[in-house]
Design a binder for this molecule. Structure first.
Ligand SMILES: [Zn+2]
Ligand SMILES: [Zn+2]
Length: 221
């Protein structure tokens, strides 16, 4: 009788096919079911329960990802890596051959609008940091490092493989080494404090109105 009504499968058997579990076996048609299993208790099939669990898991995953991003941003903004012997700041060229580190705070940071900086970096100005030579150490890439010595001014050092502009001044003999800020791996803990050589600033880009002091030529602090 039951088979004729249900096409060969009782309602209990059809429901049971949606999930498994020892205590979920359905009674013969017409009998009371045993104690409800967890799926029956929620009124959901296994597939529906899995859907709810998956959505919950995705929600938790998204919450954790967002929290991790917030923590990373706080860590970056709250703790700029002022270089020290305990926490040196590293950097390098684009291809990775030349690597260096400094282990003391920068003496000064500045924008330079001189024509040398424009030519060698291909930009309207160059953001540079000065460091005492004693705080500088070349970690790798001595064989790739080349120096261009212009008729005036200090040597300009670059990577001969990728062309990255890295240093001004000879980092192995001069009192100070000027490092292009774009080559740092992390926040150096200092911001550009003035603009020098604005007398030769590029005509194609206005100097930003950032409130920094401007000097027509060279300036040292
Ligand atoms: Zn390189
Ligand atoms: Zn310059």
């Amino acid at each position: 009788m039951a088979d004729r009504l249900t096409g060969g499968a009782t309602p209990g058997k059809r429901e049971h096919s949606k999930h498994s579990g020892q205590h979920c076996q359905q009674p013969p048609y017409g009998q009371h079911p045993p104690a409800p299993c967890e799926f029956a208790a929620t009124g959901l099939t296994a597939g529906e329960t899995l859907g709810v669990d998956l959505r919950s898991w995705l929600h938790v995953h998204m919450e954790l990802s967002q929290a991790a991003r917030r923590l990373r941003s706080v860590a970056v903004s709250a703790a700029p890596a002022t270089p020290s012997p305990e926490s040196p700041l590293q950097g390098g060229c684009l291809c990775g051959a030349v690597r260096y580190e400094v282990n003391a705070p920068s003496v000064v940071a500045r924008y330079c609008h001189c024509t040398h900086c424009q030519r060698r970096t291909g930009t309207s100005s160059s953001a540079n940091c000065l460091f005492p030579r004693a705080s500088f150490q070349l970690l790798s890439g001595a064989e790739q490092l080349r120096a261009y010595k212009p008729p005036t001014g200090v040597p300009k050092l670059f990577c001969s493989t990728c062309g990255s502009a890295l240093f001004s001044g000879d980092p192995f003999s001069d009192e100070q080494v000027v490092i292009r800020m774009g080559t740092f791996d992390a926040d150096p803990g200092i911001r550009p404090q003035y603009r020098q050589f604005v007398g030769s600033a590029a005509t194609w880009e206005p100097i930003p109105e950032d409130g920094l002091p401007r000097y027509p030529g060279s300036h040292s602090t």
